[in-house]
Design a protein around this ligand. Structure first.
Ligand code: FAD
Length: 291
């Protein structure tokens, strides 16, 4: 089915793009890599009157190091993350997560901002943002605001973005240099979205866990953080099996629903297995970094 008719603009500056979005409000939809929006248009699940192509906004391709954080422009493509180009190498978690997104074509075109704004519950990058306690930078003709990832994802494919706003960058606080990272996921076929994905970040202090963070995708409408498990792991010495025991001893604070891809029970099972695997691998990496 062809898309419903729409107007198309490709503004040359961010100011022009924000003016267009302000003028046209809910009738306008930004276009980044098109990997999610184009299927929505052709299926007529989205029927904007105006598509605002962001491709000429080169300022949204910048990656900056700020004190303690990395700011990644909205138009940086998954492929650049996967390759760890330039400053992106400072956050190896991005490399590991991006390599799991779709296939080579999707990674060549899809963007950080598109993935985070689209907010698919099974997507890797929103979970990475949650695991790192990241934030998003939102700009409109009225100015800029910064929203924590925990407040940005509000429901399935729904975020705190208001009409007229563009996501211009994500801010990722960089964990301590010895931190270990891991992403573990299960998908039915190579290139599919994950059924469940687990992102873990572990920082050690003298062989004990100083801080462990876990975010899950695919277990609810928004990426979930496992606060109770994270608190239980603090101070734990990581002898063999300690993480698996900690995960097995307490039900994970998630409430997944079943769908055509997996039952609720299966998602819960996957969440526990993948959480333990991701934490173990992240702890091992942190241990190696300390040695
Ligand atoms: C076959 C296939 C497999 C895939 N597998 C995965 C996977 O395993 N994991 C995964 O995470 N993703 C997967 N994706 C989705 C892919 O990551 C997309 O790149 C991503 O969801 C959207 O990014 P995009 O740049 O293409 O955005 P677009 O499709 O252009 O836009 C997506 C949505 O975000 C809005 N938007 C885009 N940029 C901005 C912005 N800067 N500010 C505000 N709103 C904006 C658009 O208006 C639209 O609503 C897959 C896609 C395909 C086609």
């Amino acid at each position: 089915m062809p898309a419903a008719p729409f107007d198309y603009e490709a503004p040359a500056t961010l100011a022009d793009a924000l003016d267009l979005l302000r003028e046209r409000g809910e009738d306008a939809r930004p276009l980044a890599g098109g990997q999610s929006l184009v299927p929505l248009l052709t299926l007529r699940l989205a029927r904007p009157r105006l598509v605002v192509d962001l491709d000429r906004l080169h300022e949204l391709r910048a990656v900056r190091r700020t004190p303690g954080a990395l700011e990644v422009g909205a138009l940086v493509r998954h492929r650049a993350l996967e390759r760890g180009e330039g400053l992106l190498a400072l956050c190896p978690l991005l490399q590991e997560a991006a390599a799991l997104i779709g296939n080579a074509r999707v990674r060549a075109l899809g963007t950080v901002g598109g993935s985070v704004a689209h907010a698919d519950p099974a997507a890797e990058l929103p979970a990475v943002l949650r695991a790192l306690d990241g934030a998003v930078v939102l700009r409109s003709a009225r100015g800029e605001r910064v929203v924590d990832a925990g407040d940005f994802f509000v429901g399935m494919l729904t975020t705190a973005l208001a009409p007229g706003e563009l996501l211009t960058a994500v801010r990722l606080p960089l964990p301590s240099p010895g931190a270990g990272f891991a992403v573990e996921e299960f998908s039915r076929r190579a290139g599919d979205f994950a059924v469940v994905a687990a992102v873990a970040v572990v920082e050690l202090d003298g062989g004990a866990v100083a801080r462990a963070r876990v975010a899950l995708a695919g277990v609810g409408p928004v990426p979930a953080r496992l606060d109770r498990l994270e608190a239980a792991l603090r101070g734990e010495r990581l002898e063999s099996g300690a993480i698996r025991r900690a995960v097995a001893e307490r039900p994970l604070e998630i409430d997944p629903e079943g769908d055509i891809h997996a039952s609720a029970e299966y998602r819960r099972h996957l969440a526990a297995v993948l959480t333990a695997r991701a934490l173990e691998r992240a702890a091992e990496a942190a241990g190696r970094a300390i040695v």
